[in-house]
Design a protein around this ligand. Structure first.
Ligand code: SAH
Length: 348
């Protein structure tokens, strides 16, 4: 696979261009074209000879939108084709405070959480920084945005894959996407969600990137969490919470806890009490979401009454929580489902 220009910073582009005999100011023009996801033929600002020399060695478009499915609630599900023909997915979600794009960080996933569709076909590979950025660039253009008027204002690393298992590319992406010379998305508008890779959480705390960290918790007791998330056998809840605390202290950013409500697995009063106990006296925000059911999954979302009961128990303890509504249910928006149905050759 050719290297992705969309993953390069301005200084890197300057070097590449000078190696091809171009003037350094061309790097800025190239970066602007890359951010707008221009095909090489459509770039009018660069000389033909330079474009040709670059195209021989590098790829300009790292993630091509091959399908965009709009749902009733105005969210859009994207299927992207990578240069090596792997398929990944993302979701664009309209919100009152802006528009969020949920991106994938790996093709497949190694983590094998029992309730998630992303890892069902196993792990294929990490996404490059260019492929991470290209998901945002191409969706922004697809929704009519440019560099000044962005259609994508927020990014969440909550699609398929474990971002902290692709650490270096994700860090490079975060710096690129927030670069003033690039799309300039505020780091404060970016959320990274992790299943709880403790050493990487601590490392992330030292990067000086003011993003929001979200931890996929899903249970407050180790044995029950391990039954849902095998990674808990490696890093316990205690270790994860200590890392989250460290992240909070270092970054000043409040950490979110993700909790998908799964009938019979984590929705009893005792489960709510354990969760409330875990966050007692601490500044966490709990994001509840009803499980997104999928075809191959054996687990179910709880009834509305059970969700209410769970929330009432949390409220009693003064815990800080919100129930998130899952966007795009009619377009298989959740977690690896669209890619799977595409790979199975279903039509939508
Ligand atoms: N690997 C990262 C990010 C990807 S998953 C992580 O684990 O956080 C993004 C979020 O979706 C996580 O909180 C994950 O637990 C949740 N999720 C996965 N499958 C789900 C499903 N079927 N219903 C609801 N949430 C789900």
């Amino acid at each position: 696979m050719k290297e992705h220009l969309q993953g390069m910073s301005l200084p890197e582009l300057e070097q590449i261009i000078s190696a091809k005999g171009g003037k350094s100011y061309r790097a800025g023009q190239l970066l602007q074209a890359l951010v707008l996801d221009k095909a090489v033929a459509d770039i009018t600002t660069l000389p033909q000879s330079l474009k040709q020399a670059l195209a021989e060695e590098y790829s300009f478009n790292a993630a091509e939108i091959i399908k965009a499915l709009s749902s009733k609630d105005n969210s859009v599900k994207y299927l992207y084709k990578l240069n090596d023909s792997n398929i990944i997915e993302g979701v664009f979600i309209c919100q009152s405070y802006g528009n969020t794009l949920c991106i994938s960080t790996q093709v497949g996933c190694k983590m094998h959480c029992a309730f998630c569709a992303s890892g069902l076909d196993g792990f294929v590979r990490n996404l490059t920084a260019g492929e991470l950025a290209a998901q945002v660039y191409s969706a922004n253009v697809h929704k009519g945005g440019d560099r000044q008027k962005r259609a994508v204002s927020n990014v969440v690393l909550m699609g398929a894959g474990e971002p902290l298992d692709n650490y270096d590319n994700v860090i490079k992406f975060l710096r690129l996407i927030s670069d003033k010379n690039g799309l300039n998305i505020s780091l404060r508008n970016i959320t990274l969600s992790t299943c709880g890779l403790v050493p990487q959480i601590k490392r992330l705390a030292g990067e000086g990137l003011p993003i929001t960290l979200a931890i996929s918790l899903h249970h407050a007791k180790d044995d029950r969490r391990a039954a849902l998330m095998p990674i808990n056998n490696k890093y316990s809840i205690g270790e994860i919470m200590a890392a989250a605390e460290y992240y909070y202290k270092k970054s000043g950013r409040r950490v979110s806890l993700e909790y998908a409500l799964i009938e019979g697995k984590n929705t009893d009063i005792a489960d709510a009490k354990a969760l409330a106990e875990l966050v007692k006296g601490k500044d966490y925000h709990i994001n509840l979401i009803a499980l997104n059911e999928f075809k191959e999954g054996k687990m179910q979302a709880p009834s509305a009454a059970n969700i209410k009961r769970f929330m009432a128990e949390l409220a009693k303890s003064g815990a800080n929580y919100t129930l998130r509504h899952s966007a795009g249910g009619d377009i298989d928006a959740a977690c690896g489902q669209l890619r799977r149905s595409y790979l199975e050759g279903e039509s939508h």
